[in-house]
Design a protein around this ligand. Structure first.
Ligand SMILES: NC(=O)c1ccc[n+]([C@@H]2O[C@H](COP(=O)([O-])OP(=O)(O)OC[C@H]3O[C@@H](n4cnc5c(N)ncnc54)[C@H](OP(=O)(O)O)[C@@H]3O)[C@@H](O)[C@H]2O)c1
Length: 414
């Protein structure tokens, strides 16, 4: 393989070093395209260029590795490379999630591979597992911590008492955070990753905008107090659940996680994904989700997969019983706020707890997903929303439990 590498940052330089030290892979880098030619690089000067075409139009280069931090430019690079019939490896979840349908079409047209294991959960081979191993019918849910920098920030705040700003700065210094940190802390990066997982787990091609998401910016001390009262930890989770009507409930939201969950001890930049299937029950994938070498390991694995002609088949896209996104289910949530008027309890189907004193106000209850999406307080940055454990309730089970309650009341049982 003769490689054209775009980007020489945290991951790009990592790939350069690993390939240099692993001659057995039989892959060599011919040219590296970067943005700022005057930056000092720890590699021979003749390798570098700022001209895309030196890589994209070089007939010797048969593999493009795209590792830049600008999704719009990455889109131009990746689509040109595919049109020029070059195999492509990328780690750019934003690019992939926002253009998945078009990229699927292009790779099929060009008859080349487009691999992106590093785009979701860094070093954890979750995409290839979902693509190859789990049969669609058996896959009940995926629930994971898929963003290393927010998990790092939440861990440092909870365990070392760092402020949000200090923890974010540390994540940036260690190379875990995106160049634009809003992508991480607003939950956008996790939503992009969930969009990719949906395609490989359930054959659902969705736009990231369609998925309900909030990040960690609204969490405050009062939520940490609630978590510690319950011996829980707050984690930012990306989830997809198959409901009984072949619909998929998918969202990115913070959740209180108890000691019984495998996610409880996923700390710092580590990621973890619980995959639940009908027969095997729960399985847990765990590993480093960010950083130079963990991310490089997934890119290297894709390069190695190219050497034996591997490509994603997207088998689940072609199933006859097509899954679509669900919009008719309920979530058990905790909502905390500053002023009582900020949140209307009439939006909830059930209110389980209501607490207010001089320091904190919160309620817990059951709310329909559409009501949650439409509620003005859901968009208010001063209001935090955190899922409770086992948060999903299907409409059918809610109706059954209400009927049971009524019939017990009629029978005189409390
Ligand atoms: N860091 C991680 O842990 C991690 C984990 C998973 C996935 N990723 C993904 O991997 C990709 C790279 O991330 P990173 O952390 O390595 O980024 P980074 O350290 O910020 O490096 C970005 C690189 O891209 C180059 N670049 C930017 N715009 C360019 C353009 N228009 N043309 C050519 N080169 C350009 C920069 O060039 P200069 O050097 O000249 O500035 C730099 O070398 C991103 O898509 C990111 O989401 C990163």
């Amino acid at each position: 393989m003769t490689i054209g590498l775009f980007g020489f940052g945290v991951v790009g330089e990592g790939i350069y070093r690993v390939l240099y030290e692993t001659p057995s892979l039989n892959a060599s880098i011919k040219k590296i395209c970067i943005k700022h030619p005057d930056k000092k690089r720890d590699a021979p000067e003749h390798l570098f260029t700022t001209d895309y075409n030196e890589l994209l139009n070089d007939a010797d280069i048969n593999v493009i590795i795209e590792l830049i931090d600008d999704a719009d430019e990455a889109f131009k690079i990746v689509t040109s490379a595919l049109r020029n019939k070059k195999h492509v490896v990328s780690a750019n979840k934003k690019l992939i999630a926002e253009h998945l349908a078009e990229l699927l079409y292009l790779q099929k047209e060009a008859d080349v591979s487009f691999l992106y294991e590093a785009a979701v959960c860094g070093s954890i081979p979750v995409i290839r597992n979902l693509e190859e191993y789990y049969d669609n019918d058996l896959l009940q849910s995926i629930c994971g911590i898929v963003n290393g920098s927010t998990n790092f920030i939440l861990t440092k705040i909870a365990e070392e008492g760092l402020s949000y700003k200090e923890a974010l700065l540390k994540a940036q210094q260690l190379g875990f955070a995106e160049s634009n940190p809003a992508l991480d802390v607003e939950g956008i990066d996790a939503t992009n990753k969930l969009t990719i997982l949906l395609a490989h787990a359930y054959g659902v091609i969705a736009s990231p905008d369609e998925l309900v998401h909030i990040g960690i910016t609204r969490l405050s001390g009062r939520d940490a107090v609630y978590a510690s009262e319950k011996d829980d930890r707050v984690k930012l989770t990306a989830q997809a659940h198959r409901l009984s009507n072949n619909k998929i409930a998918a969202f990115v939201l913070p959740q209180f996680v108890g000691e019984g969950s495998q996610l409880f001890n996923v700390k710092n930049e580590y990621n973890g994904v619980i995959i639940e299937s009908k027969l095997a029950d729960k399985q847990f994938l765990y590993g480093k989700g960010a950083g130079r070498y963990p991310t490089s390991s997934a890119v290297i694995s894709d390069i190695s997969a190219l050497s034996y002609g591997y490509r994603y088949e997207y088998k689940k896209l072609n199933r006859s019983d097509h899954y679509t996104l669900a919009n008719d289910y309920y979530l058990k949530v905790y909502v905390s706020f500053n002023e009582l008027w900020e949140v209307s309890k009439w939006d909830f189907d059930e209110v389980h707890e209501f607490y207010n004193n001089a320091e904190r106000n919160y309620l817990t209850g059951l709310i329909h997903i559409e009501k949650l999406k439409e509620a003005s307080w859901f968009k208010n940055p001063a209001v935090s929303v955190v899922l409770l454990p086992n948060a999903i309730v299907e409409k059918e089970s809610l109706v059954t439990s209400s009927l049971k309650k009524v019939s017990l009341q009629l029978a005189g049982v409390n």
